[in-house]
Structures are given as structure tokens and as C-alpha cells.
Design a protein around this ligand. Structure first.
Ligand code: LMR
Length: 398
């Protein structure tokens, strides 16, 4: 039965981990996957998480099945973080949230539900977008196309192009938007541009699907939720996938959520019933541990403050690495202006390095990046930034 099975290509992002792990060079650096490492090159276990885990383990809780949509305490904590504790939508019962297996799992639940709802709709993702967006929506059965987004000349957003493209789409089109810290470019919309995007979605009857995997990595918890909050006050119905992989450093625990904003409480009940069907037929119900830890941290004022401080620490360290890289490239005699790296937001920089240059970085220096030229700044540290800058300098100088 497997005789005709073809070898699939490695995943463009996670496949880099496999190649990196197999590399025996001591100087190797993994700038591929979007993971935050501390200044010692380790994935941190946050103090807030450690405390919540200890408390939880002490009580030795039983491990029964969870509700299909996850526990209410977790779902409500997610909602407050995304929509704000005093959100009118929450008070009106217009948000349905289901725990999901990371942000990817949330996208998949949303995609499967949307496919049942509107099988003929097309999905539009930014050009470029996170590699898995296209594959994920295609695997749910959708045709996926790009909308204009990144402007390589300005290293910013081609907003006029994006807006006029969205204005030309048929009603019911599904628009995947990066709510903050655009992956892979680090180029975000301004608040004023978000207002215009909301308006286009309303005018044209588009279905917004906001992907929020990096809340807290640009400016802060509430500041990074501006797109979600603007859609919230628009009266529209929309989807939000969110993740605690990065913000809680809980990657392998797979902790995320899908939130759907409906028109009414009664509609919410019907939507939830359908999301539960999608979940039940995929993996039945979510695992306990990661979600319980997140809910415990978010519901305890002291732990919450500790987490916010730790998140701010990660954000600040990434910023320092951005400016550090710009300075070091300059100091190494690179004529090309890399100052845009300091202006980009979130974990990534879209460096403009070509696929061939990325290949040279890997082969000659053991530095791994995504072939599109995306690097993860959160993997730089005081020990490797000089080596990375020197290697990039050699590659760009040819
Ligand atoms: C990334 O873009 O590197 C992260 O979101 C990890 C992943 O799942 O691809």
C-alpha cells in the first residue's frame, strides 16, 4: 500500500530544526524557527509558569477528560486577554472560545468550520505569509491566494495595494490577517490602517480571520491587541486564533485558542455546538496541563504581574538584539543599510537575504534561516551575535 508514496519535502520551518540538530558544528546557530531563547541560548521556563506548575503538581489533580472546548476558566482568560476584561462583546455573550492545540490547531478548527459553512469561499493570505497558512487552509479544502502586503522597496506595507485588492474581493472571502508582529516580515499595519481594513471588511462583507501568535512581543499586551479591539467595536463577526507558545514559552505544550465573534448570544450557542463537532472528530478534547498553567497564571494577580514582567523582558531583549545586529553589521563594514531590522516588530526580520545567501550561511557558517531570508532575532544572544553579524557580513559582501 505504500509502494507509490512519494517523499514529502521537509517542512520549510520545522524541517530546519531537523537539519540544525544533525549539524555537528559547535558554532551553529538556529535562526530558523520562531522560538525565544534567553541570553544563554536556552528556551526559558518562565518563573510564573514554574510557580503555577509547582502548585498544580502539589495538588495531584485527577486527569479526566476536559470539556470538548476546554475549561471555562481557560477560555475566559483567553477572551479577556484578547478582547479586554471590560469588553462589551464578552458581556453580551458574543464571543465563543475553544481551547486549541496551539495557534496552528486554532487555525485548523476555524478552517474546518469555515469549510462546512461556506465551502465555495476562497482564502486570502498576505504576500508573504507564515509558510503554514497556505498549507493549512489548503488541507482544509480551500483554494488559497495572496493579497499584496510587503513592499520590498520601503520594507513596509504596500497598504494602497492591499486595500484596493481587498476592495475587489467577493463577499464571503476569508481574509487571514496577522494581528501583530507580522510573520515573516515584521512589518505591521498602523492603527489608522487597521481602521481602514475594518471598514473594507464591513463594506465588502469579507470574513476576517485574525492570527494572533505574538501578543506582547511588539509593544505590550493591550497595545498589540489593537486590531482585535478595532474589529470588536465594528459590529462584524470574525475569527481570532491565538497562541501561548511564545508569550508563555510553552511551545511543546500546544496551548492556544480559537475565538469566534458572533452576532448574538443565541448565535454563539449554535456556533459553539459546531466547533465542538469539529474538535470531537479531530482529537476529542484538549490536553490539560498547559491550559491549566496559563489559566492559573492569568487568574492570579501576582503571577500575572510576574508573567507580564517576564514577557516585557523577552520583548526588550529582542529589541536589544535588533539594534545590536544593525550596529555590528555596520561595524563589520557592511555598506548596505540594515537599519530596517531595528524598526521591524516581533521575533522576525525579513532580511532581504536571497535563498542562495541563506544556503551559504548554512553551508559555510552553520547558521540556519528560512529560505525566504527570515531570521529569528530571538535566537541571537550576546555570545553569538558577533559571529552571526560577521557571517552575514561575509555573505553580503560576497
Ligand atoms: C514560526 O513561524 O517559526 C513559528 O510560528 C513556529 C511554527 O510553527 O512554524
Amino acid at each position: 500500500i505504500f509502494a507509490a508514496v512519494e517523499m514529502a519535502p521537509r517542512d520549510p520551518i520545522l524541517g530546519l530544526n531537523e537539519a540544525y540538530n544533525a549539524d555537528t558544528r559547535a558554532t551553529k546557530v538556529n535562526l530558523g524557527v520562531g522560538v525565544y531563547y534567553d541570553d544563554n541560548g536556552k528556551i526559558p521556563l518562565l518563573a510564573a509558569v514554574k510557580t503555577a506548575e509547582r502548585t498544580r503538581l502539589e495538588t495531584m489533580p485527577p486527569r479526566g477528560y476536559q470539556p470538548i472546548e476546554g475549561p471555562a476558566a481557560y477560555d475566559q482568560a483567553v477572551q479577556k486577554l484578547l478582547f479586554g476584561a471590560d469588553s462589551e462583546l464578552l458581556a453580551a455573550g458574543r464571543v465563543v472560545t475553544a481551547q486549541a492545540l496551539g495557534g496552528t490547531g486554532a487555525l485548523k478548527i476555524g478552517a474546518d468550520f469555515l469549510k462546512r459553512l461556506n465551502p465555495a469561499a476562497k482564502v486570502y493570505i498576505s504576500d508573504p505569509s507564515w509558510e503554514n497558512h497556505r498549507a493549512l487552509f489548503e488541507s482544509a479544502g480551500f483554494e488559497v491566494e495572496n493579497y499584496p502586503y510587503y513592499d520590498a522597496e520601503t520594507r513596509g506595507v504596500n497598504f494602497a495595494g492591499m486595500k484596493s485588492f481587498l476592495q475587489g474581493l467577493p463577499a464571503g472571502s476569508i481574509i487571514v490577517l496577522h494581528a501583530c508582529c507580522h510573520n515573516p516580515t515584521g512589518a505591521d499595519l498602523s492603527d489608522a490602517q487597521w481602521v481602514e481594513v475594518v471598514e473594507v471588511c464591513r463594506e465588502k462583507g469579507l470574513v476576517p480571520f485574525l492570527d494572533m501568535a505574538y501578543q506582547g512581543f511588539a509593544d505590550g499586551i493591550d497595545a498589540d491587541a489593537v486590531a482585535v479591539r478595532l474589529f470588536s467595536t465594528s459590529g462584524l463577526q470574525f475569527f481570532v486564533s491565538s497562541s501561548f507558545s511564545k508569550s508563555f514559552s510553552l511551545y511543546g505544550e500546544r496551548v492556544g485558542a480559537l475565538s469566534v465573534v458572533t452576532a448574538s448570544k443565541e448565535e454563539s450557542a449554535r456556533v459553539l455546538s459546531q466547533l465542538k463537532r469539529v474538535i470531537r472528530t479531530n482529537y476529542s478534547n484538549p490536553p490539560i496541563h498547559g491550559g491549566a498553567v496559563v489559566a492559573a497564571v492569568l487568574s492570579n494577580p501576582e503571577l500575572r504581574q510576574l508573567w507580564e514582567d517576564e514577557l516585557a523582558g523577552m520583548r526588550d531583549r529582542i529589541r536589544a538584539m535588533r539594534t545590536g545586529l544593525v550596529e555590528q553589521l555596520k561595524a563589520k563594514g557592511v555598506a548596505q543599510d540594515f537599519s530596517f531590522v531595528a524598526a521591524q516588530r516581533g521575533m522576525f526580520s525579513y532580511t532581504g537575504l536571497s535563498a542562495a545567501q541563506v544556503e551559504t550561511l548554512k553551508n559555510d557558517f552553520g547558521i540556519y534561516a528560512v529560505s525566504t531570508g527570515r531570521i529569528c532575532l530571538a535566537a541571537l544572544n550576546s555570545g553569538n551575535i558577533g559571529y552571526v553579524a560577521e557571517s552575514i557580513a561575509q555573505v553580503v559582501k560576497g
